[in-house]
Ligand binder design. Structure first.
Ligand SMILES: Nc1ncnc2c1ncn2[C@@H]1O[C@H](COP(=O)(O)OP(=O)(O)O)[C@@H](O)[C@H]1O
Ligand SMILES: O=C(O)C1=C[C@@H](OP(=O)(O)O)[C@@H](O)[C@H](O)C1
Ligand SMILES: [Mg+2]
Length: 176
């Protein structure tokens, strides 16, 4: 159980917090979107437009199923919709500590402003889309996670230190 899994809504900071957390812990870093893009040699946006959301969800489940074999000392950031697919919560929890990065609608709107990489938020009425998805998904994130961390008005270091505290990880500090 020496892995940390980050879940939460688009824009909650899973990818950016995960990368910095891994660096601080000297852990490996993986992001399910990045693994899928590498494996399929194209962007998440292209996969959605060419094959649809359902196909992308199958790729997500296959990706986390594969990781179980040899993932250790790793921070895994997930795509925001990954825990929504039935059964994925169980797959995530057997990989490690599952942390839900929470953010308010207001914070998310600020962080997602001008984004063009997330197909579910493309086009008009982004605020309404975020609101509806947040209503649907919040209880699922809460149920899937071992711990929740609010990210509103917090910088990356504050969030990272909170996660480390929750997972009870002892940091070895090497002075040279
Ligand atoms: N705590 C934070 N403070 C300020 N900006 C943040 C914070 N968390 C995330 N961001 C910014 O929000 C945007 C989305 O973050 P990202 O890590 O891609 O989220 P996710 O992977 O959850 O969709 C990025 O521009 C990132 O720098
Ligand atoms: O919430 C979602 O359904 C999605 C979130 C995205 O990842 P981020 O949460 O890292 O933005 C990416 O997997 C895809 O666009 C779908
Ligand atoms: Mg991400």
């Amino acid at each position: 159980m020496n892995n940390i899994i980050l879940i939460g809504f688009m824009g909650s900071g899973k990818t950016s917090v995960g990368r910095q957390l891994a660096k601080k812990l000297q852990y490996s870093f993986c992001d399910t979107d990045e693994l899928i893009e590498k494996e399929n040699k194209t962007s998440v946006r292209n996969i959605f437009s060419a094959y649809g959301e359902e196909y992308f969800r199958k790729l997500e489940t296959a990706t986390i199923s594969d990781l179980y074999k040899n993932m250790t000392r790793t921070v895994l950031s997930t795509g925001g919709g990954l825990p929504i697919t039935e059964g994925n919560d169980r797959l995530l929890r057997r990989l490690g500590h599952v942390i839900y990065l929470k953010a308010s609608q207001e914070t998310l709107m600020k962080r997602l402003q001008g984004d063009t990489s997330r197909p579910l938020l493309a086009g008009e009425n982004v605020e309404e889309k975020v609101y509806d998805l947040l209503q649907q998904r919040t209880p699922i994130y809460e149920k899937a996670a071992h711990f929740s961390v609010s990210t509103d008005h917090k910088n990356f270091n504050e969030i990272i230190d909170e996660i480390i505290g929750l997972c009870n990880i002892q940091l070895d500090i090497f002075c040279s």
